[in-house]
Each structure stands twice: as structure tokens, then as C-alpha cells.
Design a protein around this ligand. Structure first.
Ligand code: SDX
Length: 391
């Protein structure tokens, strides 16, 4: 409704929808959430306040913030029956596989007489999803390590609560490191929304059929799992560990591998469909890396050294310059998550926890306006009509 953004007719013809939630200028490396730049939000705001702004369109005043935060904390527990869900999975099942099942299964608890045409019902569904995703995610981790589940605590902030549920055990009191909690909250903010990325478009397409919001978010989780999308941060760490050291010769060898069309190796965490400049989230993530690693006395962390050297050499390489390949949000996130103690198989789950507010805000925006069922068209390149061969 600001109307300050104008598009040429060609671009308008390719756009899948109109949205007022997030704006990306890929050439300038700009990311705005409801008009607010991500680097300012990451420094001045917090994830719950950003959730409010993404859902309602404006930053909350103090009363609205407190009421929203309290409401979220009152929905962090999950039905005890959910515990039985885990029994069907092996302990080494990938947490994203379990999350697809769990979140889709939440619909069974809330689906009956869920009227998605009612804005209040959509709001309640969003609160349930935002609140329960960290609980479900932490349960996935606890299940994989054979430790008892932790119940959420209403005295902790959102990111603190997640880390508490992830790492507390009945054997000893667990205090969340405030530097880790602040970094975790910022990581949630950096992953909150990103306009029509693959998983958000999946949620919108599923939502356009009238599917319940839990099923739509489960579809988004499935799409995010792909290594080209949300799974990249797990792949970045594998690449950094494979590279092994930050010697010029070693780094250059992998840069050449990434450029070699006959080699399937790609520099994970580099490149982006929209950003043809620095991903503004990557800059904040890199600073967060330095803060967390300094906190644990690992400022010379080998992975960080390799990543910084890799970035420096790649950004001076003709191949990367020509193709405008820059670090994206995933390039540094794995190093930070690992330093906080999050296991690699949980990296994309963290991404899904954060992106839930983006997914459900786009779902709500679509249902708040006129929409019709999604039906992408194709260019048919197959056979012309032909008769079935007579026997
Ligand atoms: C996310 O959409 C979103 O907003 C996603 C996301 C979000 O918040 O939701 O931002 C999150 O998904 C971040 C991206 C995480 N994925 C990765 O880091 C995987 C590595 N990146 C590449 O797979 C790739 O860059 C993509 C998939 C991210 C983008 O691909 P594009 O824009 O379709 O680019 P492309 O594949 O057409 O590549 C253009 C050229 C090609 O070379 P040429 O054919 O022109 O010779 O650049 C090359 C590619 O081979 N290229 C790379 C590269 N990425 C692109 N070469 C080496 N390493 C890379 N990482």
C-alpha cells in the first residue's frame, strides 16, 4: 500500500503473487521485513518482536509485545500423545524427517472445526506453530541422543527456552549462556522470512488448496530440507572439514573444483537465486560467528579461518565475480550453530523453526486476500497424439 516499488510489466508477468511482508533487492543486497532493514532488526530487535511485525505488519508497542510474548509462551507445550509419535522412528532418523511427520500430525490435534477463513482461527494456529516448533525441534534432538524430553519453561525467552530444552538434563541444573541465547535469537531473526523462496512458495501452494496450516508448514519443512535450500549449512561444514586447512594451495584447489563443470562439487553457502551481491544476513552471521567463538575462546577456530579465507579468495576470482556469487546466509551459520553446540543434523531444523513465522505469515497474507488454487502452467514438449498400437 506504500506503492513506492514499481515493476516493469515483464517482471510483473513472472511474479507468483503480491506480498507486503518482505522485500529483497538482490542487486543491492537489501532485505527489508515490513520495511525494516534486516541488519537493523538483527541488532535492535528480537525474534518475538520480529514475529509480531511479520504477522501484523507493524512493530508492537510495549503492551502488544508483552501480550504476544506471553501468548506464545502459553502454547509452547505439546500434547502428551506427541511423545508416542517418536516411537515410530529409529533414534538415528534425520530430525527433518521426524519434523515433517510431527508438524503435519499436529493438524490431527487442531484440524477439527478449524475454520481457516476466520482470521482469529488463523492467528491461533500461527501462535501454536511459532510456540511449538522449538519444543518439537528439541524433542527431535533429545530423541536422537536417547535423553529424556524437556518441558518448555515460561520463565525463559524464546531462544533461551530452545537451548534449555535442547541441552538440559535431569542430572544437573542447566544455565543458558547469554551470549549463546542472544546469538540463537539473532539466528532465528536472520532466517525468519525471505519472500518467495522455494519453501515459502510451497507453503503458499499447499495453502491455496485450503489445506490446514499444519499440513502446509509440514510441506514447507519438506521443501526446506533440500541441500540446495535449507540443507546448505550442513553441507558447508562438510566442505570446510573436507578442505581441512586454510593454506592458499588447498583453498585454491577447492575453488577450482567449484568452477569445474565436470565436478559435482559446488561451494555450498555461496550463490543465490536473487542476491547478486552480499546477502545482508551473511554479514550479520559472520559477526555473530566472531562473538560466539570469542566467547568459547576459539577466535582462531579452523573452520572460521578456512571460511574467511575461502570467501576472500572466491570474491577475487573471475568465475565468482562474473556470476555474482557471494556468501549467502548458510555460509557462516553452521559454524555458529556448531559453536553453540547444535549438532549438524539439527541445523536445518533450526532454520525451519525460524522460518515458520515467515511461512505462516505468507499463508495468512494469502488467505486474507482474494486467492485461487495454485496451478502453475507448463510448456508441453512431449509426443503429439498417437494411437495405441493394436495387438
Ligand atoms: C537458501 O531463495 C531463497 O531465498 C533461499 C534462502 C532463504 O532464505 O530461503 O536464501 C536460503 O536457500 C540459500 C542458498 C543455499 N544453497 C546453497 O548455498 C547451495 C549452493 N548454491 C547454489 O546451489 C546456487 O547458488 C543456488 C541454488 C543457491 C542458486 O542457484 P541459481 O541462482 O539458480 O544459480 P545457478 O545455479 O543458475 O548458477 C549460476 C551459475 C552457474 O554457472 P554457469 O552455468 O553460469 O557456468 O553460477 C554457478 C552455476 O554453476 N554457481 C556456482 C554456485 N552457485 C552457482 N558455482 C559454484 N558454487 C556455487 N555455490
Amino acid at each position: 500500500n506504500q506503492g513506492i516499488f514499481t515493476y516493469d510489466p515483464g517482471f510483473k508477468a513472472t511474479a507468483s503473487c503480491e506480498s507486503a511482508i518482505t522485500y529483497i533487492d538482490g542487486e543491492q543486497g537489501v532485505l527489508l521485513h515490513r520495511g525494516y532493514p534486516i541488519d537493523q532488526l538483527a541488532k535492535e530487535s528480537n525474534f518475538i518482536e520480529l514475529c509480531y511485525a511479520l504477522w501484523y505488519g507493524e512493530l508492537p508497542n510495549d503492551d502488544q509485545y508483552e501480550s504476544f510474548k506471553t501468548n506464545i509462551s502459553k502454547h509452547t507445550m505439546v500434547h502428551e500423545q506427541i511423545v508416542n509419535f517418536f516411537r515410530g522412528f529409529r533414534r538415528d532418523a534425520h530430525p527433518m524427517a521426524i519434523m515433517c511427520g510431527l508438524v503435519g500430525g499436529l493438524g490431527a490435534f487442531y484440524h477439527d472445526n478449524l475454520d481457516i477463513t476466520d482470521p482469529e482461527e488463523r492467528r491461533i494456529s500461527a501462535v501454536r506453530l511459532i510456540a511449538k516448533m522449538p519444543t518439537l525441534a528439541a524433542m527431535c534432538h533429545k530423541y536422537s541422543v536417547g535423553q529424556p524430553f524437556n518441558y518448555p519453561r515460561n520463565d525463559l525467552d524464546y531462544a533461551e527456552n530452545f537451548l534449555y530444552m535442547m541441552f538440559s538434563t535431569p542430572c544437573e541444573d542447566y544455565k543458558v549462556n547469554p551470549v549463546f541465547a542472544e546469538a540463537m535469537d539473532r539466528i532465528f531473526m536472520l532466517h525468519a522470512d525471505h519472500e518467495q523462496n522455494a519453501s515459502t512458495s510451497t507453503v503458499r501452494l499447499a495453502g491455496s488448496t485450503g489445506a490446514n496450516p499444519f499440513a502446509c508448514i509440514s510441506a514447507g519443512i519438506a521443501a526446506l530440507w533440500g541441500p540446495a535450500h535449507g540443507g546448505a549449512n550442513e553441507a558447508v561444514l562438510a566442505t570446510l572439514d573436507e578442505i581441512g586447512d586454510d593454506s592458499e594451495e588447498n583453498i585454491q584447489r577447492y575453488i577450482e573444483k567449484a568452477k569445474d563443470k565436470d565436478d559435482p562439487f559446488r561451494l555450498m553457502g555461496f550463490g543465490h537465486r536473487v542476491y547478486k551481491n552480499f546477502d545482508p544476513r551473511a554479514k550479520v552471521m559472520k559477526e555473530t560467528c566472531d562473538e560466539v567463538l570469542a566467547e568459547i575462546g576459539q577466535s582462531d577456530n579452523p573452520r572460521l579461518k578456512i571460511a574467511k579465507r575461502l570467501e576472500q579468495i572466491a570474491l577475487e576470482d573471475e568465475y565468482f565475480i562474473e556470476r555474482k556469487l557471494y556468501p549467502n546466509v548458510d555460509f557462516y551459520s553452521g559454524i555458529v550453530l556448531s559453536a553453540i553446540g547444535i549438532p549438524t543434523n539439527m541445523f536445518t531444523v533450526v532454520f525451519a523453526v525460524a522460518r515458520t513465522i515467515g511461512w505462516i505469515s505468507h499463508w495468512n497474507e494469502m488467505l486474507s486476500n482474494d486467492f485461487s488454487i495454485g496451478r502453475p502452467r507448463q510448456l508441453y514438449v512431449g509426443y503429439d497424439k498417437r494411437d495405441y498400437p493394436s495387438k
